[in-house]
Write a protein that binds this ligand. Structure first.
Ligand code: PLP
Length: 285
């Protein structure tokens, strides 16, 4: 079956789907994006993804390409046309097409919108979770506005590649003060020996993950003790458990950091439980 993409108002066969070479997304990475989990054909936590999209657009002064409710309709339609039951839907909005010049276009242009969806093999995610993933650490080298979900991801691309070349799955950035900020495409968490879940505050240095927010809201019902504070790689290495969260990973146990096993080197019980319970607290649409 051929894949269908939504590009600026049209549903196109992927082979015919293209954007203008003067799109500012292509020229300057002048755009934002969202990735939403698809489960049982439904989109997971769309209201939160759309709210974050709206915030990212606002911070960059990119116009909303259409009302958020209409964007939601397009995303559902792309999922439906691609018959995605389990996978992800990707949305990108750029400032639009204009002659190449760093400053914003003098005459307003229409923001460009692309939506794609693809199926993922749930067994692969489950196998990863069953084994747990390894992370490496790298010095933080991104701009300070990582709260904006911008398509400018070159440091993240290089970090992920460094992780792969080191035989790991994810890279955790470490700030100048020696604290973990987040992963190249996920939020970072540990569980202390006393059973407290720890993650950095979303005030600075990280993207406010949707998965992170949903999980935090679930802690009371799950009777999980929680602390929002930074932690170091050394604390992570000595922790009982660690895990990452992202829409495409849900809760993914981490079993080693820079080659040192975390806990007994196996996925932690709490991370496993949070992974199993997560979708009870998610919103499906
Ligand atoms: N941090 C970064 C840098 C990310 O790229 C992502 C997701 O791609 C996350 C955190 C997790 O965010 P979410 O849970 O909304 O997918």
């Amino acid at each position: 079956m051929s894949r269908i993409a939504y590009v600026n108002g049209r549903y196109l066969d992927m082979r015919d789907a293209s954007v203008n070479i003067e799109d500012r997304g292509y020229q300057f990475a002048d755009g934002v994006y969202e990735v939403c989990e698809v489960r049982g054909g439904k989109l997971v936590d769309m209201p939160r993804h759309l709210a974050r999209l709206q915030r990212s657009l606002g911070e960059l002064r990119i116009k909303e390409p259409m009302p958020l409710a209409a964007l939601s309709v397009v995303m559902h339609e792309v999922v439906r046309r691609n018959r995605v039951n389990y996978g992800i839907v990707y949305l990108q909005v750029t400032r639009g097409v204009a002659r190449r010049d760093h400053g914003f276009p003098a005459a307003p242009v229409k923001p460009a919108v692309v939506v794609t969806a693809r199926s993922l093999d749930p067994a692969k995610g489950q196998a990863n979770a069953a084994h747990g993933i390894k992370v490496i650490t790298l010095p933080e080298n991104r701009w300070p506005r990582v709260d904006i979900k911008s398509t400018a991801l070159l440091p993240n691309v290089l970090a992920k590649q460094a992780a792969r070349e080191a035989g790991a799955y994810e890279a955790w950035y470490v700030d100048r003060d020696g604290y973990v900020t987040e992963g190249s495409s996920s939020n970072a968490w540990i569980v202390t020996k006393e059973g407290r879940v720890v993650t950095r505050s979303a005030d600075a240095g990280i993207l406010a993950g949707v998965t992170r927010a949903v999980l935090m809201d679930a802690f009371e019902a799950l009777q999980v003790r929680f602390e929002e504070r930074p932690f170091t790689p050394a604390e992570a290495a000595g922790a009982a458990e660690a895990f990452v969260t992202a829409s495409s990973q849900i809760v993914m146990p981490v079993v080693a950091i820079d080659g040192q096993p975390i806990g007994d080197g196996k996925p932690g019980a709490l991370a496993k439980r949070l992974r199993e319970q997560f979708h009870r607290f998610a919103v499906f649409s």
